[in-house]
Design a protein. Structure first.
Length: 183
């Protein structure tokens, strides 16, 4: 009887753990999104990380920013930075490719290793709920490709940076370092 009670208690604790973990997910990240090549995933997995969220495009004058984004990711990922790429065809039709074509382009040309998500709309309200929440939190919606949102570890503070801000920009890097230094 004691063994059965222990087993039931253990099973209950195991079932409750995912519920508690899900409850700790900030509202901003409470969404499931399609990745570029690997199916659906929960953004909650990025809770506790500093996020740099970028709408990307393969045929844009800002496309070389992929290189700087990858450098930022590699430089700071051990400290908790995650770059999230969201390809979008919203601006000038500059991301016309399929998921496979986008993935190949990013890998071959820039060695992108940060998480990339399925092509999505980032400009229209109701298009992508995650981008809607980012735009509301930062009071700024993307005006072009490579618009950047920097999100703190708690998913509470969101800063917006326009496309013209390069990944190695002094102010952007200083904000990343400041947020990484916070618990």
């Amino acid at each position: 009887m004691k063994t059965m009670l222990r087993a039931m208690a253990l099973a209950g604790a195991m079932l409750a753990a995912p519920l508690g973990a899900e409850a700790a997910c900030p509202a901003l990240l409470d969404a499931r999104m399609e990745t570029l090549m690997h199916g659906e995933t929960s953004l909650c997995q990025f809770s506790g990380k500093v996020l740099l969220v970028v709408n990307t495009a393969s045929r844009c004058g800002y496309t070389p920013q992929y290189q700087g984004l990858e450098k930022l990711y590699r430089r700071y990922k051990e400290r908790g930075l995650v770059v999230l790429g969201f390809p979008s065809n919203d601006f000038g039709g500059q991301e016309p490719g399929s998921a496979k074509e986008i993935a190949q382009f990013c890998e071959i040309n820039y060695g992108v290793s940060f998480p990339m998500f399925a092509k999505t709309s980032v400009t229209s309200a109701g298009g992508n709920p995650f981008y809607d929440r980012l735009a509301q939190a930062a009071a700024s919606r993307p005006r072009w490709n490579f618009h950047k949102y920097l999100v703190d570890r708690r998913g509470e503070k969101v800063l917006a940076f326009p496309s013209s801000v390069e990944p190695n920009d002094r102010k952007l890097v200083a904000e990343i370092e400041r947020l990484l230094a916070q618990p």
